[in-house]
Design a protein around this ligand. Sequence first.
Ligand code: NAD
Length: 499
Amino acid sequence: MATLSPEQTMLPAVRSFLSSTKQLLIDGEWVDAADGRTFATINPATEEELAQVAQGSATDVDRAVASARRAFEAGSPWSRMTPRERSHLLWRIGDLIDAHAEELAQLESLDNGKRVSSAAGDVSVAAELFRYFAGWATKMEGTSIPMSVPGKEFHAYTRREPIGVVAGIVPWNFPLTMACFKVVPAITAGNTVVLKPAEQTPLTALRLGELLLEAGLPAGVVNVVPGYGDTGAALVDHPDVDKVAFTGSTEVGKKIAAGASRNLKKVSLELGGKAPNIVFADADLDAAVAGAALGGYFNEGQCCVNGSRLYVQRAVFDQVVDGVAAAARAMKVGDGFDPSADMGPLVSAEQHEKVLGYIRGATEAGAVLTAGSAERARDRGYFVDPTLITSVTEQMAVQTDEIFGPVITAIPFDTEDEVVAAANNTVYGLAAGVWSRDLGTAHRVGAKLRAGTVWLNTWHADDVVLPRGGYKQSGWGRELGSFGLDDYTELKTVIAELR
Ligand code: NAD
């Protein structure tokens, strides 16, 4: 059967959305950038322009922050909304996302490159996130705490209050879900938001903005200002932003921490990773091979919790490497709209060149390409074949740096102590995994790994109810679950003397 081109299967709603220049969402209105500037967003499968998008400047950031501040202030429609009303509104938004799921999945695929089926999974996570946090809106409780002051009586209690104006700055690898990871807990707690999507993938955040208005979110509660790093930096520098919630690279995370320190705004950081995936000889090897391939190649390898460093116990090293290489070779790279494709293109020309550069560098340093290639996988589009590299040393850049592409390195090990030391020998600490049939080994090694998420005999198993975040230079704070909600609140202690 011939593969349909995107034009043949694109929904009319998607075609219509792409037919106009996309504007900024400020104070409930769609507006041009103050200086009229726009930028192109590109389809990474075809390298063609999808749409022009308004590019927010510092002036637009000012307008958006002022709008978010007005929406937050006492007496505003948003501040007067009861927790139950907020809860119902969040649930409604989740349903609206579901009602537009196919359209959002197509938009995401076009903008990011990922397969439509994969984007559909992201969209359902976004909808579920609204519904999960809808439950929390009515459960943000304080505690009453007994005090011990001789001769006096007090009633002391705590309240959870919103922080204020939150700047959400997000990357391109899961554009809609990353936007929702910031927006949903922030508004659940009663904050207001200025969202800056990544310059590579602004479209679903803008479509989300339309759906938020349609659901009845008051004007100014969520503003969307696309742009490049300078737009994000203007938010970080802004004196009236109370918190920056950032997901992105460790390099930019450090700039954000430095920028935010000027007025000590709150900061949460979800940063890079270089996750070790450890396979012991007693593991279910079929499951471990499938898990290693999923861990390394899911989302075109553009995943912060990507299992990019595979460590395999020497007795089964060849068997596991052969299995992962076979899985890599069997994967079909193709357009995100091609239902038979297993992997889409990388997000951008820059990312494409960066990933191929790492593969080339590894071969030049003496590593072996067991599967994959250092050449572009197709003449047009930012495609890279899933790649497995062996004969790697711990010093090679391919082993130390976050590549953010479909590249796995494999190294053999002999003892538990040796592999734990190697696994932890990184500045990152986002995720890690262990494969062993011995429960003692799995849990013992899992406890020794310095990472915010540890998978035992699985990879990428996830749920919005679970907290996530990084040890070491992989971040500050935890996102999602009840822990994630705490990060969007201030804790107030109230002490009343009872006379
Ligand atoms: P990036 O850091 O280059 O950009 C992320 C966002 O920050 C973009 O919106 C960008 O425009 C903005 N930005 C860039 N410079 C800025 C500045 N000086 N001030 C403020 N904002 C600025 O990251 P990326 O390349 O878009 O995404 C890939 C990175 O994101 C990887 O390192 C990956 O590990 C990380 N990531 C982490 C998680 C997590 O949960 N820990 C999830 C997804 C991605």
